[in-house]
Write a protein that binds this ligand. Structure first.
Ligand code: GLV
Ligand code: MN
Ligand code: MN
Length: 403
């Protein structure tokens, strides 16, 4: 039985150690984007922990890090890269929980559990890039040409950890994938509940859009003669919010999170604006309709103001349902650990589990996020809630091993 062997203190201490890689200096926040020095140092430390736990370490060319148990095993984990300004638990929690469970399973003489930390889940380059390549959704060559906001490619970035690479891990060796994560939203915290058993993960679309106008002098160019690329973004956004009204539900979300103006100077009318357009929903049809509206609105904005418009590659993930049997194991474990204080719920955040579901049965559990804050330095969860999550995971692993 793994449940009696997991060590909550060791788990909390390891979580804190991982936070040390890229600690931001603001609260518990971290700055550990994929392939940064902090990310690679964290992966080296994790590899050492996996080896110490008696797991055999493999790193694939994308930088996905595995600690493998012998023979067929359950895979448990998440990602250890962060957003440009990230919290200490997003991804890290699932990786360290996997490490603790795998270590406890070794000590208990089974069941065999392997651990993973996927690379670039946070999408410096794409959308869950590491697990997308591992699952076969995207080839390494397709991933290699993706670029971040500074123009660096995956191929150039991953060269920084080339010395760690061993080989690609065959997914056939795993019987299923369990991912523990913080909720990253307000539901559990507001309800005073301890665990969310994930039913589905929403779908996402993400692409870059560029408006080109005319760079010019900000003092001498009359307003009616300007082709100001920032004004194009602003007009597009206003039109889009209006047009989405009849299509979206209260659960649909869309975000312009990154805008880059050229040349980005106070006294120059910007000639080019490149921005990210991301939208998420549980219904693929709606995602498609939203794409149509976005493209129509871009074209209309371009025509109205004399801009040219172009698009980057369309990235995305379809909505997916979690495996019923694995969900049941998590529900039973939740009821044992926190009777009446857990719920089934969808995930509005993306997770590697979406890609892994192409390969094997997957399931996820959430623990509460204080005030629902994530993708921010303030992200946090009470230690007792982290430990409850670990115990639910351990009980679910025991239950799945019984068959
Ligand atoms: C992943 O962190 C996401 O953007 O949901
Ligand atoms: Mn995450
Ligand atoms: Mn995240």
């Amino acid at each position: 039985m793994v449940f009696g062997v997991v060590d909550p203190e060791r788990f909390l201490k390891d979580l804190d150690s991982l936070r040390g890689f890229g600690a931001s200096g603001f609260g518990k926040g971290v700055v550990r984007p994929s392939y940064s020095d902090a990310d690679i140092a964290a992966r080296r430390w994790l590899a050492g922990q996996m080896a110490d736990a008696g797991l055999s370490v493999e790193v694939d060319p994308m930088g996905n890090l595995f600690g493998l148990a012998e023979g067929a095993s359950l895979l448990v984990g998440s990602h250890s890269d962060s957003q440009p300004e990230g919290g200490w638990l997003d991804g890290a929690l699932g990786v360290i929980a996997g490490l603790e469970i795998a270590r406890a399973c070794k000590a208990a003489g089974g069941p065999p559990v392997s651990v993973v930390s996927f690379q670039d889940e946070e999408g410096r380059f794409g959308v869950t890039t590491g697990s997308a390549v591992w699952s076969g959704k995207m080839t390494q060559a397709e991933a290699d040409v993706l670029i971040d906001h500074t123009g660096t490619s995956v191929a150039a970035a991953r060269a920084a950890m080339a010395d760690m690479v061993t080989s690609v891990v065959d997914p056939e060796r795993f019987t299923g994938f369990l991912e523990m994560h913080i909720e990253q939203g307000p539901t559990l915290d507001a309800a005073g509940e301890k665990i969310g058993v994930v039913t589905d993960i929403v779908g996402i679309r993400d692409m870059k859009i560029t408006f080109e106008g005319q760079q010019n002098h900000a003092g001498t160019t009359p307003m009616h003669l300007r082709r100001d690329a920032f004004q194009a973004v602003s007009a597009f956004n206003t039109r889009l919010n209006d047009r989405f009204r009849n299509v979206v539900t209260p659960q649909t979300v869309w975000t312009i999170g990154h805008v880059s103006l050229h040349p980005n100077a106070s006294s120059i009318v910007p000639g080019r604006a490149e921005f990210s357009m991301q939208w998420r929903d549980a219904d693929s049809e709606r995602l498609l309709r939203m794409e149509g509206i976005i493209r129509d609105t871009v074209q209309e904005t371009a025509r109205a103001g004399g801009f040219s418009a172009s698009y980057g590659p369309m990235l995305g993930l379809e909505p997916v349902a979690m495996d019923a049997r694995m969900q049941d194991a998590l529900c039973d474990a939740s009821e044992q650990m926190s009777p009446g204080r857990w719920r089934r719920m969808p995930s509005g955040a993306l997770h590697d589990a979406t890609n892994v579901s192409e390969l094997m049965p997957v399931a996820m559990l959430f623990v509460p996020s204080i005030d629902g804050i994530s993708h921010a330095f303030e992200e946090d969860t009470k230690p007792e809630d982290l430990v409850t999550g670990l115990h639910v995971l351990a009980r679910a692993v025991d239950r799945l091993a019984r068959g």
